[in-house]
Design a protein around this ligand. Structure first.
Ligand code: PEP
Ligand code: MN
Length: 360
């Protein structure tokens, strides 16, 4: 698949002067709930109304969605509010029902993107339609799997495509429900700059209080839109209660977000930016030089350990170094998460080198 400027056409057609906003509840619960939320979102910047009809739940026994009846409620939303409708599909039967009920935007959920069989089934069922299809990232941080899903749709001649970033699951608990791993999305963006990119801060956060920060980061990274779970009574939602916000809160959040321009032609701005970018380039070259010097010494240590038949991994020393780095890093304004990540990577590279030396 190649980058194709036509991929943005569906988004350009909306002629928005703000990011695309898709909002609505995690799950359609009752006809009244769906319509109440939809009417509260009418006359805001929301272009499309989302609601999950078939809910993929991690554990059985939770609310699994109202099923096809919910599609009728979405049709009423479109008739009564003029918003487009948007739901998740996970198999051929879902696609057929969604097409019959004239749903405008379909998304493929994170648990489906991991399965090439499911994505292919959905792509085959959609072939030849002009639906807008948004592919959520797979639950695991694997860019190829995500790209593979997009390619399957593209190859089935579905050209109105976009992606949704909803974060990646990890075994270690962090403040996020799903880690953003922004670097993965930035790589996707570099490879396919014309593929519309939407952030789903709700599933990244898993909680209300950090939604706005996540949205701001997404907009700072030039995302094209946001998909935000919105409920008239979030605390009593039948799924994902902790992360949903009211329509009023959504409107406030949109007002508070700073929407930045992609660039500016002002000469002074460009000059300053160029100078600082050059400074960064110089520092990066120095970092690389230091890493290479460090690795040379690690290699010599490897030789020494080999000569004395000593094991590569010296956990005690390593834990001491790490503890000190975290403290020093904190003083210099660098987060513990960043220090751990970077030094674990450096340490692993040294171990790999020493392993090779010892076993040679
Ligand atoms: C959802 O959008 O409600 C959903 C189930 O999302 P995900 O596939 O990202 O978990
Ligand atoms: Mn949800």
């Amino acid at each position: 698949m190649e980058n194709n400027p036509k991929m943005r056409q569906w988004l350009n057609n909306f002629e928005l002067d703000h990011p695309l906003v898709i909002a609505g509840p995690c799950s359609a619960e009752t006809e009244e709930q769906v319509l109440k939320i939809a009417h509260e979102l009418k006359d805001t910047d929301v272009t499309a109304f989302r609601a999950g009809i078939w809910k993929p739940r991690t554990r059985p026994g939770n609310f699994e969605g109202v099923g096809a009846i919910g599609l009728k409620w979405l049709q009423r939303v479109k008739e009564e509010t003029g918003m487009l409708t948007c739901t998740e599909v996970a198999n051929r039967a879902h696609v057929q029902l969604a097409l019959e009920h004239d749903i405008d935007i379909l998304w493929i959920g994170a648990r489906s993107t991991v399965s090439p069989f499911i994505v292919q089934e959905i792509a085959d069922a959609l072939e030849g339609t002009d639906k807008i299809v948004l592919v959520k990232n797979p639950v695991n941080p694997d860019l190829s799997l995500w790209l593979g899903g997009i390619e399957r749709l593209y190859t089935a001649n579905i050209k109105n495509l976009g992606v949704i970033h909803r974060g990646f699951s990890a075994y270690e608990k962090t403040k996020y429900r799903n880690n953003p791993e922004w670097q993965i999305v930035v790589e996707l963006q570099n490879r396919f700059p014309d593929l519309p990119l939407i952030c789903d801060p709700s599933h990244i956060a898993g909680r209300r209080d950090i939604l706005q920060d996540i949205c701001q980061t997404a907009l700072d990274l030039n995302f094209d839109g946001l998909m935000v779970e919105t409920h008239w009574d979030p605390d009593n939602a039948w799924s994902d209660a902790a992360q949903q916000i009211t329509p009023t809160r959504l409107v406030q959040m949109m007002e508070d977000l700073k929407i930045r321009k992609e660039t500016d032609d002002d000469a002074e701005y460009k000059n300053k930016l160029n100078t600082m970018r050059t400074q960064i380039d110089v520092i990066d070259a120095g970092l690389l030089e230091s890493l290479s010097k460090r690795m040379k010494i690690a290699n010599e240590i490897g030789e020494l350990k080999k000569g004395h038949n000593v094991a590569v991994l010296q956990s005690k020393r390593w834990n001491e170094i790490l503890g000190k780095m975290i403290l020093d890093g904190d003083e210099k304004g660098l987060s513990e998460e960043f220090i751990l990540r970077i030094f674990k990577a450096i340490h692993q590279e040294s171990i790999n080198h020493q392993e090779q030396i010892i076993n040679s």
